[in-house]
Design a protein around this ligand. Structure first.
Ligand SMILES: NC(=O)c1ccc[n+]([C@@H]2O[C@H](COP(=O)([O-])OP(=O)(O)OC[C@H]3O[C@@H](n4cnc5c(N)ncnc54)[C@H](OP(=O)(O)O)[C@@H]3O)[C@@H](O)[C@H]2O)c1
Length: 282
C-alpha cells in the first residue's frame, strides 16, 4: 500500500456536486497528478445547493487553486463567480473555477472544448463545415455542444428535443443558424447531415432506449453519443453497423478536464487509451 502525504505547498483543487460520488473527475485528475508526479490533490466535495455559495467563497481563503463544478450547480455557479469568460456566459453555465492571484474566482466552461477535442481526436478528418449537425436534446450538455459546433463553423444546427420550448430557448439565447425541430421529426432531420449527436439521457443505462430510424442519415456522417454508460450505446452500434464513423462519450469527459488541470497544476495533460481505461474502470 502506498501512503500519499500532502505538504504545505500542495496544490489543491476539488469538484463541487450534489451528489458527488458518481463523479469521475477525482479519478481523472488523480491519474494525471500521479502521471506527472505533482504535489497536488483533487478532492470531491458533496455540496448541498444551499451551501454552494459558501463553498465557493471558501476556495481562495483556503488557498485552493480552483475546482470543477458538476450537476446540479453548473448554472447557478455562473452567477456566483467574480468573473466568467465570454464563452461561459454564452453557454449559460460553468464547469471550471480558477482562483486568481488576487483571490478572485474566474468561471469557465470547458464542456464544449471537451466535446470538440474528443471529436477531433477520434475522427481527425471531421470538419464542422462539412454539413448540417443534428443535435438531439436541449439540456445543459446540448447548449455547450451547440455553441462549440457553431464556433467550429457548423453551417446549420438542427436542434431536436422532446420539449420544443427548451430547444427554442437555446436558439434564442445562442443565436446563429439553429433550426428547432419537434421530436417526431428526428428521423427526417437526419437527411444530408454531416454529424449526429445524441445529448439526451436516452440510451444510458437505466434510461429508456433512443428510438431513432437512421435510414435517411448519409453513411459519410459521423455519429457521436455523449452517453458513456454504456460506452458502446445501441445508437453507436447501429451507426457502426451501417458504415458510419462513430465517436463515444468518455473522451468528452476526459478532454473537458484538461484546461482546468493545466490552470491548477501546470502541465497540459493528454488523453490516452490508458487514461480512458483507468477512468472507465471506476
Ligand atoms: N460525455 C460527457 O462528458 C457528458 C457531459 C455531460 C452530459 N453527458 C450525458 O449527456 C446526457 C444529458 O446530460 P444533460 O446534463 O444535458 O442532462 P439534462 O440537462 O437533464 O437534459 C436531458 C435531455 O434528455 C432529454 N430526455 C430525457 N428523457 C427523455 C425522453 N424520455 N425522451 C426524449 N428526450 C428525453 C431531455 O429532454 P426534455 O428537455 O424534453 O426533458 C433533455 O433534452 C446524460 O446522459 C449525461 O450523462 C455526458
Amino acid at each position: 500500500m502506498s501512503l500519499a502525504t500532502l505538504s504545505g505547498k500542495t496544490r489543491i483543487a476539488g469538484v463541487f456536486g450534489w451528489p458527488v460520488d458518481h463523479s469521475r473527475s477525482p479519478r481523472l485528475h488523480g491519474y494525471w497528478l500521479r502521471e506527472f508526479g505533482i504535489d497536488g490533490a483533487y478532492i470531491p466535495f458533496a455540496t448541498h445547493p444551499s451551501k454552494l455559495e459558501q463553498g465557493l467563497r471558501a476556495l481562495p481563503a483556503l488557498g485552493f487553486r480552483g475546482g470543477s463544478i458538476t450537476l446540479p450547480h453548473k448554472e447557478r455557479a455562473l452567477a456566483l463567480v467574480d468573473e466568467a469568460t465570454k464563452l461561459a456566459k454564452r453557454i449559460g453555465a460553468i464547469n471550471t473555477l480558477i482562483v486568481r492571484e488576487d483571490g478572485t474566482i474566474l468561471g469557465d466552461n470547458t464542456d464544449g472544448y471537451g466535446f470538440i477535442a474528443n471529436l477531433q481526436q477520434a475522427q481527425p478528418g471531421w470538419r464542422a463545415a462539412a454539413g448540417p449537425a443534428i443535435v438531439l436534446g436541449a439540456g445543459g450538455a446540448a447548449r455547450a455542444i451547440v455553441v462549440s459546433l457553431l464556433d467550429a463553423g457548423a453551417p446549420e444546427i438542427r436542434l431536436v428535443n422532446r420539449t420544443t420550448r427548451r430547444a427554442e430557448e437555446i436558439a434564442e439565447a445562442v443565436g446563429g443558424p439553429i433550426k428547432v425541430l419537434p421530436w417526431d421529426a428526428r428521423a427526417d432531420a437526419l437527411k444530408d447531415a454531416a454529424l449526429l449527436v445524441n445529448s439526451t439521457n436516452l440510451g444510458m443505462a437505466g434510461q429508456l432506449p433512443l428510438a431513432l430510424d437512421l435510414g435517411t442519415l448519409p453513411t459519410e456522417a459521423v455519429v457521436y453519443d455523449i452517453v458513456y454508460v454504456p460506452l458502446m450505446t445501441a445508437l453507436l452500434k447501429a451507426a457502426e453497423q451501417r458504415g458510419n464513423r462513430i465517436v463515444d462519450g468518455i473522451g468528452m469527459l476526459l478532454h473537458q478536464g484538461r484546461p482546468g488541470f493545466k490552470a491548477w497544476f501546470g502541465p497540459d495533460p493528454q488523453v490516452t487509451p490508458e487514461l480512458r481505461a483507468f477512468v472507465l474502470g471506476a
